[in-house]
Design a protein around this ligand. Structure first.
Ligand code: PFF
Ligand code: NA
Length: 457
């Protein structure tokens, strides 16, 4: 009777969900956010956000997908006809993100190969924006950059090829290969990093708690923001992935496993990144704080400007550390990219009643064409702007619409709780409804206001 595609195994679903969660956000977003938000003291708002919003929302999205068995727009529409647009809003946000996420993976792919010869020379920053991206000034435009275009085509071919093979043979198989490989590569990197001279100083400045920061509301907003992005919540992804769960699946348990696996990877990344930064400070005979202030320890800058410098200085087999680092970015990126793209592939195929393959061609094809915009000589400037708006408004709004609609408009939390409890031996209590109906909307609303006022300031 049920002919909806399904995961082959429970582990398959878990690896796919972890694959979506574990991404660039863990590797270059978390370490910098934690460092700037109180170091070791960040653990308090972070765990609070994980337990009051991250995992509760993950449970909610898994339950919605599992109960209504549809992509995000269809699942929300089944809950309440007036809510279909929330799913489409999330699908749209995911679509936009996928257009530039692909480009970043393409860069990392090139850099994995550049690592062997340290092609970035003695000035990686100049190399990145000059030789590699051929960047023009903001406001100007320029033609396609072949060095970016070629890996970009490869990235789309792999992502769309995987998606067209379906849930079990495509997404599940890819994650079963990518995620275990990623964990092994990343462990090697972290072990190498912590044994470098200066690593301990790096770790000390990362973990050193600045308790005074806990009084700053912005630190709490940063914690919630990190958790949302990192767990791929409010992007239509987890609803879509959970819609392929077999009827007998322990939803609540799976959500806790996904949440803790993602956070573990995040902390591991913090250890790796700050050991490496400590090593760089040691090489330059400066402090970690000084280096962080000068170069920054997050985002594109960390990956494509700071890390190349570190890689060039690491003793041992030339380029191996660099290759492993960029290969990790590629693997982490691919598994997230597959999940973002699956949201619109699934939504379009269901809405217009077309096959998955067709939907991959239309949805994925259009996304791929749009992504060429970022492979032009002005691409980085466009990417920065789009990313800023998506992160400040697209995501927070998507989350806010979602919880308010489910909790207060459809008043569905009780039913979802009953549904989740039927499947699990971890029982959800009223705390779960308080987290979703009260705490999360307040935090997201506050975050929106804060983003908006900082824009005007
Ligand atoms: N959760 C991913 C990370 O932490 O890097 C990022 C991400 C993936 C965000 C997929 C959004 C998304 F749709
Ligand atoms: Na993550």
């Amino acid at each position: 009777m049920e002919n909806r595609a399904q995961w082959g195994t429970r582990v398959g679903f878990l690896l796919a969900a972890m694959g979506s969660a574990i991404g660039l956000g863990n590797i270059w977003r978390f370490p910098a956010t934690a460092y700037e938000s109180g170091g070791g003291a960040f653990i308090v708002p972070y765990l609070f956000a994980l337990l009051t919003a991250g995992i509760p929302l993950l449970i909610m999205e898994y339950t919605i997908g599992h109960k209504y068995r549809g992509s995000a727009p269809k699942s929300y529409a089944t809950m309440n006809k007036k809510m279909e647009w929330i799913g489409w809003w999330q699908v749209l946000v995911a679509f936009v993100i996928s257009t530039y996420y692909a480009v970043i993976i393409a860069w990392a792919l090139m850099y994995a190969f550049y690592s062997f010869g340290q092609s970035w020379g003695s000035d990686p920053t100049a190399f990145f924006v000059g030789d590699f991206l051929n960047l023009v000034d903001a406001g100007q435009i320029g033609g396609l950059v072949p060095k970016v275009l070629i890996p970009l085509v490869i990235v789309w071919a792999i992502v769309l090829g995987t998606l067209s093979r379906g849930v079990k043979k495509g997404i599940e198989v890819a994650n079963k290969i990518f995620i275990p490989t990623l964990v092994v590569l990343f462990l090697i990197i972290v072990i190498r990093a912590v044994t470098l001279p200066g690593a301990m100083a790096g770790l000390n400045s990362f973990f050193e708690p600045d308790w005074s920061r806990i009084a700053d509301p912005n630190v709490w907003i940063a914690a919630y923001g990190q958790i949302f992005f990192s767990l791929s919540i409010a992007f239509a992804i987890m609803v879509t992935y959970a819609s392929y769960l077999p009827r007998k699946s322990d939803i609540t348990n799976n959500a806790f496993i996904t949440g803790f696996a993602n956070s573990s990877f995040e902390i591991l990344a913090g250890i790796g990144v700050f050991s490496a930064v400590g090593f760089m400070a040691f090489q330059y005979d400066t402090t970690v704080a000084g280096l962080a202030a000068e170069k920054g320890v997050g985002g594109l800058g960390l990956a494509f400007m700071v890390f190349p410098e570190i890689i060039s200085q690491i003793p041992g087999i030339p380029g191996l550390f660099g290759f492993l680092f960029f290969a990790s970015l590629v693997l982490a990126g691919f598994s997230s990219m597959i999940s973002i793209s699956e949201t619109y592939v699934a939504a379009v195929s269901e809405k217009f009643n077309i096959s998955r393959q067709r939907s991959v061609i239309y949805g994925g094809g259009i996304a791929a064409i749009i992504s060429l915009l970022y492979a032009t000589r002005g691409g980085l400037n466009i990417l920065d702007t789009v990313d800023h708006f998506i992160n400040s408004y697209g995501v927070a709004l998507a989350g806010l619409f979602e919880v308010v609609a489910v909790a207060w408009f459809a008043r569905e939390l009780k039913n979802l709780q009953t549904h989740a409890n039927k499947t699990s031996d971890v029982m959800l209590g009223s705390w779960w409804r308080v987290c979703l109906g009260v705490i999360t909307p307040i935090v997201l609303g506050f975050q929106m206001v804060q983003n908006f006022t900082s824009e005007l300031a």
